[in-house]
Design a protein around this ligand. Structure first.
Ligand code: SAH
Length: 213
């Protein structure tokens, strides 16, 4: 599968019907998801087990499965979970689905990919997700609001993780969260690639660590 074919497949997935402001369901757009997954694929990070924490409608994890990874999707919201199930069935792929709170998740994997809540409504939700991710896997991709960069850097360092990549990305806010509806509001987000200090050499070797911010 090419990067372009992947982006097209992912853009066709069913999306959140009514994004829930409390759960901060900022869905990852198809091309943003495809960029992350292609990066992981080129670094050889999709050869093993992958967990998508707060999977929403499943876009990141489903994409990883399409590229050959052995995937687990974790999502607690019943409505999101139903859409996720629909997307998995429509593609006829095999992935493990767990409807549960991410904070209860403790199974080890080779890689975590996630677009977690940004922690603006539910304080510390971003930190809770990162704690779980850092506990479960040696390599983690995650999106965070760019304004939290200094917190993210300090937290990763304290947890024994290095930042291999920090790439600026624009996210579209769900229409239901917009207060002024003239134009589609955007939010500045950073896509991080973290690796446990001992894993830096191997994770960085395939694509080479880049420094973009
Ligand atoms: N990963 C998806 C969804 C991002 S929105 C995507 O990239 O499009 C964040 C998701 O995390 C939402 O679906 C929300 O329901 C879920 N979520 C928030 N807190 C959670 C928790 N504690 N446990 C499990 N899922 C959670």
């Amino acid at each position: 599968m090419s990067r372009k074919a992947l982006a097209v497949q992912l853009s066709r997935l069913a999306r959140f019907a009514t994004p829930d402001a409390q759960g901060e369901q900022y869905a990852t757009e198809g091309d943003v998801a495809a960029d992350l997954l292609w990066d992981a694929y080129m670094r050889g990070l999709l050869d093993g087990s992958v967990v998508d924490l707060g999977a929403g409608t499943g876009i990141l994890g489903i994409g990883a499965a399409l590229l050959g990874a052995e995937v687990t999707l974790v999502e607690r919201d019943p409505e999101a979970f139903a859409i996720l199930e629909e997307n998995v069935r429509a593609l006829g792929i095999e992935v493990t689905r767990l409807q549960m709170d991410v904070k209860e998740y403790a199974t080890q994997a080779d890689l975590v990919i996630m677009n977690p809540p940004f922690g603006t409504r539910e304080t510390h939700a971003d930190r809770d997700f990162l704690s779980v991710a850092f506990r479960c896997a040696p390599v983690v991709y995650s999106f965070h609001k760019s304004t939290t960069a200094s917190f993210i850097r300090a937290f990763a360092r304290d947890m024994g993780f290095a930042i291999l990549d920090a790439l600026p990305v624009d996210f579209a806010l769900p229409r239901t969260m917009e207060h002024h509806t003239k134009r589609r509001a955007r939010i500045s987000v950073t896509r991080y690639l973290f690796a446990r200090d001992a894993a830096v050499a191997s994770a960085g070797s395939a694509g080479g660590p880049r420094n973009r911010g």
